[in-house]
Design a protein around this ligand. Structure first.
Ligand code: URA
Length: 296
């Protein structure tokens, strides 16, 4: 069976609307994408469509009205069993995605292997809309590991974390404790840019988390700095906001070696760009990092 898709072009010209429809064969990948989109819309609560049958845009306005009067366009429909089957399949796939991420991270023995594996990983939905896979910048022998939230537009373009305006402020923050990028290993909770810079979902975070945990194990830094609420809540398994979490020492324990790594959270530089008055607190957090490194 050939599955078909149609593409509608709507062109407005002098108050008139022209609609062109092109019918093309649809690949399995495109069909899966449509099912994913449907599942996503259902998750958002859109569980009814307004048109049950396609509109024949080639009919003139009169025939179109006649056709609708004849009842070929029922006004709305409920989600069918087929839709539910597809949605459940989508959910099952997500469960597998998480398992696959864990297995892949487990199987990598070196950072080089892990970087290659993350680049080849196709199971995070964010990868479909991102341009680059963003993994890390800095030094793999660094004492400090900085973990942010997700790549933004600049990072997606360049394939490196923290290279946009927030990254420039991060560089200045590091300089304030006499460090630079080469003294740090800089990464993010998710490896692909969420479309429109939205926050990553719990599912996207869960899929990417095994990769961050494995980087911690392989780099084995002396101190981890979590920048922003998403990184702090994800890595410390906390519900509270960053204002409560920041500025205190915690431990992240690596799963097999059971090494305890001193970890602190602070404000995200993107937040500090909007709220410069919070910079004082962020600086005091960084002074704690400097002090800790002197004493380890
Ligand atoms: N914000 C982040 O959390 N990470 C980046 O890499 C860029 C902006």
């Amino acid at each position: 069976m050939v599955k078909l898709k149609n593409i509608d072009f709507i062109i407005l010209n002098n108050q008139r609307m022209y609609i062109f429809v092109i019918i093309l064969p649809m690949s399995d990948n495109e069909l899966k994408k449509m099912v994913d989109q449907l599942a996503w819309q259902v998750e958002l609560g859109a569980d009814e469509s307004t048109d049950n049958s396609p509109n024949d845009h080639f009919l003139g306005p009169k025939e179109g009205i006649k056709q609708r009067e004849l009842g070929s366009n029922t006004p709305s429909r409920k989600i069918t069993n087929i839709d539910l089957l597809n949605i459940n399949q989508h959910k099952r796939n997500n469960g597998n995605q998480l398992e696959r991420a864990k297995n892949i991270a487990d199987s990598c023995k070196t950072l080089e292997e892990l970087v290659k594996a993350i680049r080849l990983f196709e199971d995070c939905p964010l990868k479909k809309t991102a341009t680059s896979t963003v993994i890390y910048d800095g030094s793999i022998d660094a004492d400090i590991m900085i973990i942010g939230e997700a790549p933004g537009a600049e990072e997606d373009k360049k394939g490196l974390p923290f290279v946009g305006s927030a990254g420039k402020l991060l560089d200045k923050m590091l300089l304030s404790i006499t460090k630079d990028r080469t003294d740090c290993y800089i990464t993010n909770i998710v490896n692909w840019r969420p479309p429109g810079n939205r926050a990553p979902t719990a599912e996207e975070i869960a899929i990417c988390k095994p990769f961050v945990e494995k980087q911690i194990k392989l780099v084995s830094p002396k101190v981890i700095v979590l920048v922003g609420g998403v990184a702090a809540k994800t890595m410390l398994n906390k519900e509270e906001g960053i204002t409560r979490i920041r500025g205190k020492w915690y431990s992240i324990v690596t799963p097999d070696t059971k090494d305890e790594i001193a970890t602190i959270a602070t404000f995200h530089p993107a937040y500090l760009l909007r709220q410069p008055s919070a910079k004082r607190k962020a600086w005091s957090d960084l002074l704690k990092v400097q002090e800790k490194l002197r004493n380890i």
